[in-house]
Design a protein around this ligand. Structure first.
Ligand code: ADP
Ligand code: MG
Length: 185
């Protein structure tokens, strides 16, 4: 499903080269559940951004489902992101002026999925994630744990083959964090 060979990502910080990823080889099969651990600055976010096609390596190759992603232009990368990849971030990244339900349905709206199917899928996820009528509210009116559950629902609503989460419990108390991990698992 995922195959990295020699993947390198270097940042130029005011003339100084900062190594984000240094020749990483990695294989992940479909169905695997993988945790990436390391101290702050060790390249975890850089790796997830590359895996999620939000960033591209400077050297090396990344195959996603046998697709050599280095050859793809930005439009194709966006299409793969939309169809195959869900992303959950530490700071939720919900859209403040949309209700929770509208946030959950947004990826389906962008993918052109018809309203009845949008409602069916979002309704099932709202139930499964225990969000109830909270989804009529905007993100600012929800707790951190509820916001992250909304973000998980949004990441899952396109039924992605790959679900990436970058420190998804980093802003949560330990109980909400444990709930979020249980949901992801
Ligand atoms: P982690 O998520 O493990 O804390 P990061 O992937 O954010 O680590 O960062 C890895 C290294 O790359 C760090 O040294 C960081 O400063 C650097 N880095 C990450 N993103 C950028 C960027 N956009 N510009 C410059 N340096 C960056
Ligand atoms: Mg990080």
């Amino acid at each position: 499903m995922i195959r990295l060979r020699g993947v390198t990502r270097c940042f130029d910080l005011g003339g100084q080269r900062v190594m984000g990823l240094d020749a990483v080889d990695l294989d992940i099969a479909a169905g695997e559940y993988v945790a990436v651990m390391g101290p702050s600055g060790s390249g975890k976010s850089t790796l997830l951004n590359v895996l999620g096609l939000l960033d591209a390596p400077d050297a090396g190759e990344y195959w996603l489902k046998d697709e050599a992603t280095g050859r793809l232009d930005e439009a194709l990368r966006a299409e793969l992101r939309s169809r195959w990849i869900g992303f959950v971030f530490q700071s939720y990244h919900l859209i403040p002026r949309l209700t929770a339900l509208e946030n959950i349905e947004l990826p389906m709206l962008l993918a052109g999925i018809e309203p009845s199917e949008r409602r069916r899928r979002s309704g099932a996820l709202v139930e499964r994630l225990g969000l109830g009528d909270r989804v009529q509210h905007r993100p600012a009116e929800l707790s951190g744990g509820q916001r992250q559950r909304v973000a998980i629902a949004r990441a899952m609503v396109m039924q992605p083959a790959l679900l990436l989460a970058d420190e998804p419990t980093g802003n949560l108390d330990s109980r909400s964090g444990a709930e979020v991990v249980a949901l992801l698992e």
